[in-house]
Design a protein around this ligand. Structure first.
Ligand code: ARG
Length: 563
């Protein structure tokens, strides 16, 4: 029970005949200042029922309410201010968390429902962009958060491994490329070829025809085209995997766009049967005017299918394969229109489960206020960012803690953690400007700060020779610990909120707040003093360590014990 539920129950026991428990709970308020207690009840809502002045009602209630859960109940005008019994709550909360450990805050609400999460999904032969990084870390974290409330996430990397760009790439490779160069630096070289293609094609547009012809051969399973495609894909994947390993992200499926090549005909057949396909200048479209959307282009006049056609096939495949409770796409805001059309077409096809599909959007990462673009070859390379962050972590650790064992490993966890946390700490819809110094900063509201606080708590426990127990006297009643206890108490709600909004930043903000509040507590309190509250204080430190680690885990960060 949280504080509101405890207060609601106490009031309800007195007003049973006139109000339901839910009604009472809905009336409760969070006081603006701590001087007004933890929960407030406005008694004027009962004035009609009791035909008395609210002040009088408040006073009467205060008399009758069972006060055992409260330090005091104050009557201020028409308000009843409840001050929770710190020692009672702290005992309850600490006992709970010592029993459940990292499972504190878990829920079964998801009922094992499967949730495919479409995340990362970079394009073959191009570097993973900052946008793909966002998708990767946001999607990965949403997976952990949903898992915590009982869903079964399925992480799908919907690779961009098909499309006309492969025709261009083959042309460029055959004209200006070499096997050695691609093998030496696959992505850099493939990107160079891609950029060169566009530069040359501006002057020699007939290159585009050649590219189309090669893509056609690819679609028709031509052996040479296929083997080049496969090779580009393998080389690219190897590069991507380096980054995924660094980030600690694993996928359940790498079914990319090409996987759906043989699954699109069923879609176009269905559309035809349902008389949804219309001809438009040789191309085939689905009219979406009923949804206030432009028509969806399903097949081009040359017969080529499109991004959306593959997504239609993928959506149906996911429904059939996983019978999902919901299906999530973690993709940049700039693709909103695409996902609206995708859902609308499925709806037209009679698939009501399209209502369970969610486009989890996120804002742009800009540089100097400008969008980062691949076309021009101007791009921040993710691997460089991560390496830079790791170097910086290494330096700081060598300075502060030169004797630390497994220094390299910790530096990796901290450096990579800094990059991930930097991305997740703000609402996902916010745009942010990329600034390397900012990303590798370790003070303030950063991942390393949370990691450091966790390590600090762990080393304090080690120093105290702490052994965990679930049945010590966990009563704490001082103000500083109360601030920490309240944050712990709020954790289950916090997790639910993050899950409902698909918003990892809710967890990141909780982690920051908990770390700050704990550090303040640590500064004010002599935790190791031998008195009758020492066990309770150590349990509190342990609880904080458990939750910080769990917060970090939900965000996809490691929590080293020493750093
Ligand atoms: N490869 C695409 C891109 O980089 C993202 C794919 C997102 N997933 C999807 N099912 N459409 O823009």
């Amino acid at each position: 029970m949280n504080n509101k539920e405890i207060v609601a129950k106490a009031i309800f026991d007195v007003v049973k005949d006139d109000l339901s428990l839910e009604q009472v709970e809905q009336l409760l308020e969070n006081p603006k200042s701590v001087d007004h207690g933890d929960v407030a009840f406005p008694a004027f809502s009962l004035a009609k029922v009791y035909r008395k002045a609210p002040q009088q009602i408040a006073a009467d209630l205060a008399e009758k309410i069972d006060g055992q859960s409260f330090e005091k109940i104050e009557v201020v005008g028409p308000y009843l201010n409840f001050f929770m019994s710190k020692s009672m709550i702290s005992e309850k909360i600490l006992k709970e968390i010592m029993t459940q450990k990292s499972h504190y805050g878990d829920s079964t609400i998801g009922n094992h429902g499967k949730v495919p999460i479409d995340l990362s999904s970079p394009n073959i032969a191009k570097p993973i962009s900052m946008g793909h990084l966002r998708s990767t870390v946001i999607g990965n974290s949403i997976g952990f958060i949903l898992e915590k409330i009982g869903y079964e996430p399925i992480r799908i990397n919907h690779l961009g491994d098909w499309g006309t760009q492969f025709g261009k790439l083959i042309v460029a490779y055959k004209k200006w490329g070499s096997e050695e160069a691609v093998k030496a630096h696959p992505i850099t070289e493939l990107l160079r070829l891609y950029v060169e293609f566009h530069e040359v094609a501006e002057k020699e547009p007939e290159l585009n025809d050649e590219a189309r012809a090669w893509f056609k051969r690819l679609e028709e399973d031509d052996a040479e085209a296929l083997s080049l495609w496969q090779w580009f894909r393998d080389e690219s994947m190897e590069e991507f995997n380096k980054i995924y390993t660094m980030l600690g992200v694993e996928f359940d499926s790498l079914n990319g766009e090409a996987f759906y090549n043989d699954k699109m005909e069923e879609i176009t057949n269905m559309l035809e049967e349902k008389h949804l396909l219309k001809e438009d200048q040789g191309a085939e479209i689905v009219d979406l005017s009923a949804y206030d959307l432009n028509p969806a282009l399903i097949r081009k006049s040359d017969g080529a299918t499109l991004y959306i056609t593959r997504d239609l096939a993928a959506a149906l495949y996911r429904k059939r394969t996983y019978d999902f409770a919901k299906s999530i796409y973690v993709v940049g805001n700039e693709q909103s229109y695409h996902f609206k059309q995708l859902k609308a077409v499925l709806k037209e096809m009679g698939f009501d489960w399209s209502d369970d599909m969610y486009h989890v959007r996120f804002g742009l990462i800009t540089q100097g206020g400008k969008k980062l673009s691949t076309r021009k070859g101007k791009i921040v390379l993710l691997e460089e960012v991560l390496n830079e962050a790791i170097d910086s972590a290494n330096e700081q650790i060598s300075e502060k803690n030169p004797d630390l064992e497994n220094k390299e490993e910790v530096a990796k966890q901290v450096g990579v953690g800094a990059v991930i946390f930097h991305d997740l700490k703000n609402d996902r819809m916010n745009n942010f400007d990329f600034n390397l110094e900012e990303v590798v900063r370790f003070e303030g509201e950063t991942g390393p700060y949370v990691q450091y606080t966790h390590a600090r708590a762990m080393s304090l426990l080690a120093k105290a020779g702490y052994t965990e127990t679930t049945n010590a006297d966990f009563k704490l009643n001082d103000e500083a610990s109360w601030e920490v206890i309240k944050l712990i108490q709020k954790y289950p709600e916090t997790v639910m909120q993050a899950a409902e909004k698909y918003e990892p930043s809710v967890i990141a903000k909780h982690a920051i707040k908990l770390a700050q509040t704990f550090n303040k507590y640590y500064a004010q309190t002599k935790i190791l003093t031998e008195d009758d509250q020492k066990d309770a204080r150590l349990a509190l430190v342990h609880a904080v360590a458990i939750l910080l680690k769990e917060d970090l885990r939900l965000l996809g960060l490691k929590a080293p014990n020493k750093m």
